[in-house]
Structures are given as C-alpha cells and as structure tokens.
Design a protein around this ligand. Structure first.
Ligand code: SAH
Ligand code: SF4
Ligand code: F3S
Length: 478
C-alpha cells in the first residue's frame, strides 16, 4: 500500500494532538447513516484513538462529540438539529469540542443553517475531507477557531487511515466511493461525488489482513458495487488513463469477488448495494461459483412500475427486473433476495403503485426496506410538480408494509424444521441468557448456547418463527 503525502501529513497532526492530550480524553460519536457512513465512523474512531481519545457512550461525559450525518431522507435533519439543541447546554457548561461530518455537510443550505443558528459548532467536515480530521481537530484545539473543511470537488481515495472496527469478526470494507447514477429522487451523487474505485490490491490486502486478525465475514460497500472499476476501465480504453498494469488481474466486480473468495479464513462475503442495471452475467456466475458469497442478494427495486422507473432514472423496466430475478434464481441455487422500495415518488399513480405490489408478490423478497419518498433539495425529484400528498403516501406505505409482513411470516414458516449455518454474534439483546446469530440469508436466529460459541459458525435446527427472528437449537458445534 502506498501512503500518500497527505496521509503522512495527517499522521503528523495525529502526533501533535496526542502531545496536546497528555491524559486520556473521551469521545462520543453518533453515526446517522448507511454502512458506508458507519465505515467512515470507524475511521474517525481510529484517528481519535491514535490521538489519545477513548470511547464513551455518553455525550455528557465526553470531551469531543462527533456527529456523522446522513441526508438521504428528511428525518435525518430533524434528528441532527434536535441533538444539537441538547448539546448546546453541555457546550455552555463544559468546554467540549463539537464536530459534525458526513453527507449532510455537503449541502450548502445545511452548513448555512449551522453557521446562522448553531455557531457553537467547532468543526464542520465533509465526505471528501474525512482524512483531514486530525488537522481540523488540531487547529480547533490550538487556534480555538471554528473550522469549516468542505470540498466540493471529488476527493481522492486515501489509503492507510487508522481504523477502529466495531466488531472483531465482521468487517465492512468500502471498495468504491461516490455514485454516477443520479436517480432523480436521490441526493447521494451530490454529496458523495463521482464513482472512484479503490485499487484491487489495496482491497485484497485489507481483507487478507482481516482474515489474519480473525475476521470471518466481510461486507463490501459502495453505492453501486457492481460497477466497481467500470469508470477506470473505460478511461483506460479511451486513453484518458494510463494502463499501469494494476488492473491486469482484477478488472471488474466479478473478478474481485472470485479473488476474495480464495482468501483463507474469510467464511462469508456480502456486498451492498448492487444496481440491477449493472448485474452482468459474470457477477451472477461469480455468486454461483463462490461458496463463501452469501446467497442473499440485495437488489434494489425502488418501484415496480416501468413508468415510475423511467421518471426515477433507474434505467430498467419492470420486465427487465423480473427477467433478471428469474435468471438469477435459475443460475444460483438457494438464492434469496432483499430490496429497497420508495413509495409515493412524484407522479406515482394507483396503477403505478399496484405494479410495485405486483413485483413484491411475484418475487417474494426475504426482506424489504420500505421508504416514504422524501423531497431532497437540489434533486430533479424535488422540482417535479406532481408531488403526492403525504396522506396518500402513508396509505400506500401501510398497504405495502402489510403485504411484506404477510410474506415474511409465510416465508419464515419455510425455515422451521431446516438446518441452518449460523454465525454466532453474541448475547441476545432481549434475553442475555440466549445467543443470537445470523443465517447466510441474514435471518436473526436466537438460541440457547455457551458464550464460547460467539464468532463461530454452527449448525442450528430452526424450531419456531417469530416474525423478526427465528428460534433455533444446537445440533452441531463444528
Ligand atoms: N445506492 C443504493 C442505496 C442508496 S440510499 C441503491 O441504489 O440502492 C438507500 C435507499 O434509500 C435507496 O435504495 C432508496 O430506496 C432510499 N432513498 C434514496 N433517496 C430517497 C428519498 N429521497 N426518499 C426516500 N427514500 C430514498
Ligand atoms: Fe442514489 Fe441511485 Fe446512486 Fe443509489 S444508485 S446512491 S439510489 S443515485
Ligand atoms: Fe446517507 Fe450518505 Fe449513506 S446520504 S445513506 S450516509 S451515503
């Protein structure tokens, strides 16, 4: 791995802050977004811990509070401003540092609001300047001034940042940043910039190291994972990028999957999110051939109506989506699917919504993440005239939810009596005497067992189903 000059510079800042902090100070971080956002938080924690900070769950007790924000839906904003209100009092009585980063900070109207109404915030940093956190913190501490560190241009990919992972057997590995798809409802391309893929060698080395450190499961992350290296390969083809040979062995998502599958020690591979339009045959074949790839694939639908999909700029039709599902189910034994659906996007008619229900009925998803459309400033969707009244959106949402829940219950029945391989995660949240783990298809299973099973993959017989979890019984601890 190559450590850039910029990262070296930040390592110097890490040392400078460490010297300032001659005793251990406490940090508290709130992560508000998706898994990419969580992975960024793990890097923020990594930097903080190298600077002599230790974690604390309590804002009141912390010397620095960090919010890593999301802006994909409106409720994230309400949450941030609510939390900032709470923090104001703590800030006034105790000289804590408040730092806010993440996607929402890439939105101008938000940073403006922060400057105007929340001037007590010390550091504002964006998605392209995460690696500069040590420098921002040093300046806030030593110069006692407010730091605004936002870049509008696409950031580079930085390797070699410290990382403090939230689990010691399941790891998230970001393989690419940004998104080029511009779905008309979505803010992500505006706050995360254009697609840039990490070098395959860096990803493979990171996962080999994870395997050495005892990690069993990796989840590959990106907004559009199955277009991994697409931009880079196109640039090489049209002469915009020099071919240095670094993509000779791995030049696509399918090849990356096959290479990760060979890494000893890693037992499960997951990835989110692929885009249906990029689900090429080589990816389907890789999933089929690689024994470690979990056979639960997330395939975001968004809408089942061809008309809505066009307005959403999704680049596939209802029929193309259903054909893809058919092909995948035929090629990949035991495949199950999960999906994302937006209800009530601008212009959605009752017929359009019926098409969504129809696809849900046909595909029988293992899990459906449902969202009510939320207007995002700066996206084409926000400017569309035919917005759907909130009341209709909610009615449709409830109808979809009822269908999904009835399907989940029916689907759960199929598990009862089967034997499932379960990666044991830890004590159950609701009952500390029980353990909890997940099947290959990401179903939560609760069962009785000894603590030393944690982090192992064991065989469980499913004895009953309870909507959001299954109950199991140990049959083999191998
Ligand atoms: N890149 C991924 C996920 C992006 S965000 C993908 O394409 O699937 C996660 C989910 O949030 C999306 O799949 C979508 O269902 C939902 N989402 C995005 N923008 C939204 C909006 N404006 N309102 C409601 N839901 C939204
Ligand atoms: Fe948003 Fe679409 Fe990109 Fe996903 S693919 S991040 S929904 S623009
Ligand atoms: Fe939210 Fe940014 Fe993820 S907007 S969903 S945290 S990429």
């Amino acid at each position: 791995m190559y450590t850039s000059k910029e990262i070296q510079e930040q390592k110097n800042y890490i040392n400078k802050v460490k010297k300032l902090n001659n005793k251990k100070l406490k940090y508290s971080i709130l992560t508000m977004g998706c898994q990419l956002n969580e992975n960024d938080s793990e890097k923020i924690c990594g930097m903080l811990e190298e600077m002599n900070y230790i974690p604390s769950n309590d804002f009141e007790d912390a010397d620095i509070v960090i919010f890593n924000t999301c802006c994909v839906r409106e409720n994230a904003e309400d949450k941030l401003f609510g939390k900032l209100g709470e923090l104001k009092k703590i800030k006034e009585t105790k000289g804590i540092i408040i730092a806010i980063g993440g996607c929402m900070m890439q939105e101008k109207h938000i940073t403006q609001k922060l400057h105007e109404s929340y001037p007590f915030v010390d550091i504002i940093f964006g998605t392209h300047t995460l690696h500069k956190f040590p420098e921002d913190l040093y300046k806030a501490l030593i110069e006692n001034k407010k730091i605004d560190d936002i870049l509008d241009i696409d950031g580079k990919i930085y390797e070699g940042l410290p990382i403090k992972r939230s689990s010691n057997f399941q790891a998230q590995v970001t393989i690419m940043n940004g998104c080029n798809n511009f779905c008309s409802y979505c803010i992500v391309p505006y706050v995360r910039g254009r697609e840039r893929s990490r070098d395959p060698e860096d990803i493979i080395n990171e996962i080999k190291q994870l395997a050495k450190d005892g990690y069993k499961e990796v989840t590959l992350l990106g907004q559009n994972v199955n277009s991994y290296l697409r931009v880079e390969m196109e640039e090489i083809k049209n002469g915009k990028r020099k071919d240095t040979g670094k993509y000779d062995k791995i030049n696509s998502f399918a090849k990356l999957l096959r290479e990760i599958n060979k890494i000893d020690g890693i037992e499960r591979i997951r990835f989110v999110s692929p885009h249906p339009k990029d689900f090429t045959d080589d990816v389907i074949e890789a999933i089929r051939d690689c024994d470690k790839i979990c056979k639960l694939i997330h395939l975001p639908l968004q809408s089942g109506s061809t008309n809505m999909l066009k307005i959403m700029n999704r680049k596939y039709t209802k029929e193309q989506y259903l054909d893809l599902v058919k092909k995948m189910k035929k090629e990949i034994p035991n495949l199950v699917l999960s999906t994302d659906i937006i209800v009530g996007f601008a212009g959605e008619t009752d017929e359009d919504f019926e098409d969504t229900l129809d696809v849900v009925r046909q595909v029988k998803f293992e899990q459906v993440y449902m969202f009510i459309y939320s207007r995002r400033v700066g996206t084409p969707g926000d400017k569309m005239k035919n917005q759907i009244p909130e009341e209709i959106k909610h009615k449709r949402f409830d109808k979809l939810k009822a269908l999904v829940e009835s399907q989940i219950q029916e689907n759960n029945q199929k598990y009862v009596g089967t034997i499932q391989k379960v990666l044991v995660e830890g004590p159950s949240k609701n009952n500390k005497d029980m353990l909890t783990g997940r099947t290959d298809s990401n179903k939560v299973v609760v069962f009785e067992g000894k603590q030393d099973l944690i982090q192992k993959i064991i065989d469980l017989k499913i004895v009953s189903e309870h909507m959001w979890y299954l109950k199991g019984k140990i049959i083999n601890e191998g």
